[in-house]
Design a binder for this molecule. Structure first.
Ligand code: FAD
Ligand code: DHB
Length: 384
């Protein structure tokens, strides 16, 4: 079997790449180890930057997002007994975010690929990468897929990054001493906009998926297990952290999904080796506080598509050669923003009273200075 681009992973990066390549007349095969049902149900990100929304819309896969996605023009920072709105419409006119679940993006992309006769294979076992510096091919089960280029879109725990020989990649990483417990609940959101809250008990985030479904995250210890967090404990803790301003009551409901996510930052440089190009979480991870991971994956794929189009259309390798460098500028900006939002809003056990005062002072600055608030807003909605 032969294709132009062999893609490992049917997350947002792999599926979008396959779709964009198809629009440019370039063939691909997507190999995914999980089932279609599994990837369509995996609850993860929810905040789409303006640039992500534009990319999906221009690629013809934004129709349901436009109907069901929730446009947001601000967020609330809540701390010290008060809420403070960061108004995007004033600070970054014309730019906003859309709340639309990652699994909905995945569903829309799978539907588009299958409708166009695309080759997306689920439950594929033992994918392995070969011939990266000569004639690349992938093996899986007892099959072989020859390709001209391989795209490693298989997330942080995939096989593509570890198949690069030792010594080629530089790794930059940081582990945070806490995790996020995320839940999806059958209850109308208690707020129209997202609330990022800092309390002495830790961080909490009120997000949503629809007028009837809310999404919440709690800062929990790094070794927290789902079993430690029965539903009543989750609601009690969310109330303790979010009901910190007068008149705000958190509505509760049935918890449909629960999961603990470790908080880490990770980047490899370069994001390519021979004929293998890494995109999305396979190359970099950010702590989720800035809502950047999915958006970075989409940005990588945009750059990779242009580079592959130049290669397959006129044999030019200049953009492919510069792929990693072109992506890493955005990647590091997002790393810094995600670190900054995480540091601003979480409680760190090692922090002494001095460090806590600094954190509160910075929050006061961000919520009172237009210049500081604009820094947050322009990074949050996504830099061009
Ligand atoms: P993935 O979505 O991880 O997809 C990789 C795919 O490869 C998977 O389907 C996997 O099954 C498959 N795979 C892995 N190994 C193999 C193999 N050996 N063979 C074949 N297939 C394989 N980002 C945001 O932008 N905004 C947010 O609001 C946000 N919130 C988040 C909240 C949480 C709780 C979490 C966990 C993440 C959040 N993120 C957010 C990050 C975002 O979900 C990821 O950055 C995004 O999923 C990256 O997409 P990807 O396609 O690169 O990787
Ligand atoms: C969501 C996730 C995030 O990481 C974030 O910063 C905002 C919202 C969400 O899943 O809704």
């Amino acid at each position: 079997m032969r294709t132009q681009v062999g893609i490992i992973g049917a997350g947002p990066a792999g599926l979008l790449l396959s779709h964009l390549l198809h629009l440019r007349g370039i063939s691909s095969v997507v190999l995914e180890k999980r089932s279609r049902d599994y990837v369509e149900r995996r609850v993860r990100a929810g905040v789409l930057e303006q640039g992500t929304v534009d990319t999906l819309t221009e690629a013809g896969v934004g129709e349901r997002m436009r109907r069901e996605g929730l446009p947001h023009h601000g967020i609330e920072l809540r701390y010290g007994g008060a809420g403070h709105r960061i108004p995007f419409e004033k600070l970054v006119p014309g730019r906003s975010i859309t709340v639309y679940g990652q699994q909905e993006v995945v569903k829309d992309l799978i539907a588009a690929r299958l409708a166009a006769g695309g080759d997306v294979r689920f439950e594929v076992e033992d994918v392995a990468v070969h011939g990266l510096t000569s004639a690349p091919y992938l093996t899986f089960g007892d099959e072989r897929l020859d390709c001209e280029v391989i795209a490693g879109c298989d997330g942080f725990h995939g096989v593509s990054r570890p198949s690069i020989p030792e010594g080629v990649l530089s790794v930059f990483e940081r582990e945070y001493p806490f995790a996020w417990l995320g839940i999806l609940a059958k209850v109308a959101p208690s707020s129209e906009e997202l609330i990022y809250t800092r309390t002495e008990r830790g961080f909490a985030l009120h997000s949503m998926r629809s007028p009837k479904v809310s999404r919440f995250y709690l800062q929990v210890p790094a070794d927290a297990r789902e079993e430690d967090w029965p539903d009543e404990r989750i609601w009690a803790e969310l109330k303790a952290r979010l009901e910190s301003v007068p008149g705000f009551t958190l509505a509760t409901g049935e918890i449909m999904e629960k999961g603990v996510t470790p908080m880490r930052a990770f980047v490899v440089e370069p994001m390519q080796y021979g004929r293998l190009y890494l995109a999305g979480d396979a190359a970099h991870i950010v702590p989720p506080t800035g809502a950047k991971g999915l958006n970075l994956a989409v940005a990588d794929v945009r750059v990779l598509t242009e580079a592959l189009a130049a290669y397959f259309e006129d044999g030019s390798t200049a953009l492919l050669d510069g792929y990693s460098e072109a992506c890493l500028k955005r990647v590091w900006r997002a790393q810094h923003f995600s670190w900054w939002m995480t540091t601003l809003l979480h409680t760190f056990e090692d922090d002494d009273p001095y460090a806590r005062r600094l954190q509160l002072s910075y929050l006061d600055y961000v919520t009172s200075s237009e210049a500081a608030a604009t820094t947050l807003a322009e990074n949050y909605v996504g830099l061009p």
